[in-house]
Design a protein around this ligand. Sequence first.
Ligand code: NDP
Ligand code: X2W
Length: 345
Amino acid sequence: MIKVGIVGGTGYTGVELLRLLAVHPEVQLTAITSRKEDGLPVADMYPSLRGRVNIAFSAPDKADLTQCDVVFFATPHGVAMAQAPELLAKGVKVIDLAADFRIKDRAVFEKTYKIDHTAPELLEQAVYGLVELNREEIKQANLIANPGCYPTTMQIGYAPLLKAGVIDAGHLIADCKSGVSGAGRKAEIGILFSEASDNFKAYGVSGHRHTPETSAQLQRFTDQKVSLIFTPHLVPMIRGMHSTLYAKLTKDVSNEELQKLFEDAYKDEQFVDVMPFGSHPETRTTKGSNMLRLAVHRPDGGDTVVVLVVQDNLVKGASGQAVQCMNLMFGLQEDLGLNTIALLP
Ligand SMILES: NC(=O)C1=CN([C@@H]2O[C@H](COP(=O)(O)OP(=O)(O)OC[C@H]3O[C@@H](n4cnc5c(N)ncnc54)[C@H](OP(=O)(O)O)[C@@H]3O)[C@@H](O)[C@H]2O)C=CC1
Ligand SMILES: CC(=O)N[C@@H](CCC(=O)OP(=O)(O)O)C(=O)O
C-alpha cells in the first residue's frame, strides 16, 4: 500500500483528495494536516467520509510526513516550497496542487505570485502534472507541479491545434468560467452566497496568474510566439468549469480534418472525451468525475476555430489530476480510483 499524507486536508481540494483516496485500492491514508482542527476526527468535519476515513487531523508540525511515500499539498501557494526540500531529501514524493513549482522561471513566478521562492533549486526537477501532455516525465517524477484548473482546459484545448501548426499562436483568446469552489473554502466577501449566487461577473481580466502558467506550457507546442488573452468569470454554481477557446486558422483545413486532429491527439486518453463536431459539452457531464470533455466548432465555416472544454475544477482541474499523477509515479494503472461517472442531473 502507498502511504499518503495530505497537507491542507480541510480545504476543498483536500477533501476531494480524501474522497478519491479513501476508496483507492492501493492507498493507505496516513497523515492529514490542519492547523485549526488538530485532533478532530476527519469524519467529524466531513460526515460524507464516516466509515471511510478513520484518522484525525493533526497539526502540520506534529504530523510525521516523512513516514509517507507521497505527500499532497492542498495548500495555498508558498506552503509546499517550505517543506518539499526536506521531504524529497528523505525519499518522499511530493505532489503540489498549488503553483509553487509550476513556473520554471523564478523571476516570472515571483512577479506573478508576489512570493519569494524559497526552494528555487527544485524548479528544474519539478514536472508539470498534466498527464495527457506530459505522461512519460510524470512517470519518472519525484516532485509534481499539479496544473491550475483553468490552465488544464486551455492546454488540452489548444495543444492539438498548436502542434499541427494550423492556428495563429499570437492571438489566442480564452473565455473561461468557473464554479465558486474554485476559490477555495474560505470566508471572503466575493464568494458569499448572497454575492456570488444569482450573479455573473468577470474577474482578473488583466494579470490573472494563470496566464503566464498557460502561455509557458503552450509555448512547448509551437515555434511561433504564443500570446494569450485569458478572461476568467465566476458563475453561480459550485463545481464546474467551461472554457470557450478561440483561435484564428492560418491553414486551409476542413472541419473533418480539425475534428480528426483532436480525435487522433486524444484517442488513447480515457479522461479526455472528444465529442462529435459541433457538440455542446455541459459542465454537469463531468461533475465529480475526472473526465474533461471537449467539442470543436467553426462558426459559419469561417476562419475561426472554437473549442469548448468542460471539466470539474476540483477533479480533473485539481485533485483527480493529482491522483492520476500519483498512479503513474507509483507504476499503477492510471485510472485506479478514478473511474467514477459524473453525477447527472
Ligand atoms: N479549488 C480549486 O478548484 C482549485 C484549487 N487549486 C489550488 O489548490 C490549493 C488548495 O486549494 P483549495 O483546496 O481550494 O483551498 P482551501 O482554501 O479550500 O484550503 C486550503 C487548505 O490549506 C490549509 N492551509 C492554509 N494555510 C496553510 C499553511 N500555511 N500551512 C499548512 N496548511 C495550510 C488549510 O487548512 P487549515 O487552515 O485547517 O490548516 C486548508 O485545508 C491552492 O493552492 C489552490 O490554488 C488548484 C486547482 C483548482
Ligand atoms: C473561481 C476562482 O477563484 N478560481 C481560482 C483558480 C483556482 C485554481 O486553479 O487555482 P490555482 O492556480 O491557484 O491553484 C482563481 O481564479 O484564482
